[in-house]
Design a protein around this ligand. Structure first.
Ligand code: AMP
Ligand code: MG
Length: 401
């Protein structure tokens, strides 16, 4: 049986990068950038005044002058004036430094009366003080953002500052989440004692949406071979990514592997040596569609979605970010089976600022209620049975940070 590492490698090896699309910069947060964003101008684009106060010439001050007739007032957005010898210009934060001026005295350090500004006697004025020099943050043409960057709200500031109204990003793929099972009844419909509420579909859709894959819809199909074959054929026609849940184990009504084979979806692997989620299935459709068939148990389905589907989508979007990090185990953990153990955890930080992972026991792999308290899961290696408190292990957060 494939290890978790080999399974992830096998998924990533099958990835075809998504096309790109041009979208409004206002809607780009969370998307993966697919262009270089170059500085439109140097920053700041002029010698920028950093304080409200007066602008003057260091030469005048160093000659012992403390009182300066106010020549004019210059605000942010005004064209730079030319300072006359022995004078000052009242100046506002964000203004362009007047010609011939080379220092700013903050308003708190002056007294103004009858059109004359007097600098406080004990103020230690330094040359070039409170001037943000032209081009000191970056030069025109600098590569401020590069392809593969997930666009953050902070990057939106950069894009806007470069005068761009649109950016090129990885296309949002059309994704179909398809739950299966005769026992499942959606919220809002009457339910009988022997039936189960359908929860995987809505949960997987919203996990994907929280990772910014918005073109994601849910459908449900009963465990009936011809129904599965017909409806899945339509979904394979319409979507680039198919995510099934249920019907991939050894049960008599677990028809998914057979139906996918009938539909010419090539199996890449079936079963991974992990808990939860051992029956995990992955394949490629005849048009290159990625097809993930996750086990139906709710904890398994969510772990497999985060572990394989989200990783695949991120890679196909060209994201340069790593999706996992490390966390320190908060208490000793023992796990005997020779399987990789994906253990849901709650994260806290200790007084040294380390991220601690507190195991949250799920009763079974169907126990989705326990997951609510968790931030993600840790990955405990297959060839080890005891993990001591204090050990750093891979952490996978449900929602990317
Ligand atoms: P399966 O993988 O189809 O054998 O399903 C395993 C278990 O998960 C069964 O107890 C199912 O009732 C449950 N299950 C499967 N799909 C869902 C779903 N969409 N929502 C909630 N539970 C599910
Ligand atoms: Mg089932």
């Amino acid at each position: 049986m494939l290890t978790t590492t080999k399974a992830l490698e096998a998924v990533l090896a099958e990835i075809k990068t998504f096309d790109t699309e041009t979208i409004s910069a206002n809607k780009a947060a969370g998307r993966i950038l697919q262009q270089i964003v170059q500085a439109e101008r140097s920053q700041p684009p002029f010698n920028r005044v950093m304080m409200d106060g007066i602008a003057l010439s260091w030469n005048d001050f160093s000659d012992g002058q403390l009182t300066f007739p106010i020549q004019a007032m210059q605000a942010a957005g005004d064209q730079a004036l030319s300072l006359q010898v022995g004078h000052c210009i009242e100046i506002m934060t964000g203004a362009s430094l007047p010609n011939n001026a080379d220092c700013i005295v903050p308003i708190e350090q002056i007294h103004i009366a009858n059109g004359i500004a007097t600098i406080k006697a004990d103020y230690e004025l330094k040359k070039k003080s409170f001037i943000h020099p032209c081009g000191s943050d970056f030069e025109k043409g600098a590569h401020l953002l590069i392809p593969g960057k997930r666009i953050s709200p902070l990057d939106i500031a950069i894009i806007a500052s470069c005068g761009k109204t649109e950016v090129i990003v990885a296309k949002d793929p059309v994704i179909r989440v398809i739950s299966t099972g005769n026992e499942l009844v959606a919220a809002g419909n009457a339910i009988e004692a022997h039936q189960i509420r359908m929860s995987n579909g809505p949960a997987i859709v919203s996990l994907l949406k929280s990772h910014n894959y918005k073109k994601t819809n849910h459908d449900h199909i009963i465990d009936d071979i011809s129904e599965l074959r017909n409806r899945l054929a339509e979904h394979l026609d319409e979507a680039e990514v198919i995510i099934l849940s249920g019907g991939v184990s050894m049960g008599k009504t677990d028809y998914i592997p057979q139906v996918l084979k009938d539909l010419k979806v090539k199996v890449i692997f079936h079963k991974v040596s992990q808990r939860p989620g051992k029956p995990m299935w992955f394949g490629r459709g005849s048009k290159g569609q990625m097809v993930f068939a996750l086990p139906g148990n709710p904890v398994s389905a969510l772990v497999c979605c985060r572990q394989y589907v989200i990783a695949a989508l991120s890679s196909a979007s060209g994201a340069s970010e790593g999706l996992s990090e490390l966390a320190v185990i908060e208490s000793d953990i023992s796990f005997k089976p020779e399987l990789t153990f994906f253990l849901p955890v709650k994260l806290i930080s200790n007084i040294s600022g380390q991220v601690l992972a507190m195991p949250v026991k799920t009763n079974t792999s169907g126990d989705f209620a326990s997951l609510s308290a968790t931030d993600g899961y840790i990955e405990l290696a297959k060839n080890q049975t005891h993990f001591s408190a204090g050990t750093a292990v891979p952490l996978h957060r449900w929602i990317a940070r």
